[in-house]
Design a protein. Structure first.
Length: 92
């Protein structure tokens, strides 16, 4: 199942994805309570900041490209929330 959390995106009714435009906390709580496996959330810095500010990040997996051009996107957008993460593993 693919679910998109967006306040601005809409998809056709026959789409293979669904969009959650509001009630994100309730929808994530529902997903977490029903899921038997980890939930993988992928998004930009603003979504990551929202997740961080609501204490919803259990594990952070960072993927990086060997070359980055331009200024890039801040990992947690404009959030001022401070968080401490513990490195579990590093892949080559």
């Amino acid at each position: 199942e693919t679910i998109i959390f967006s306040r601005t995106l809409s998809v056709p009714g026959n789409s293979e994805v669904s969009v959650v435009s509001g009630g994100w906390l309730d929808r994530l709580a529902e997903l977490k309570s029903k899921s038997k496996a980890p939930i993988y959330l992928c998004g930009g810095g603003m979504f990551a900041a929202w997740l961080l500010e609501h204490g919803l990040i259990d594990q952070l997996v960072l993927k990086r490209a060997p070359h980055v051009y331009g200024g890039g996107v801040r990992l947690f957008g404009d959030s001022a929330v401070s968080a401490r993460f513990e490195r579990v593993t590093t892949a080559p």
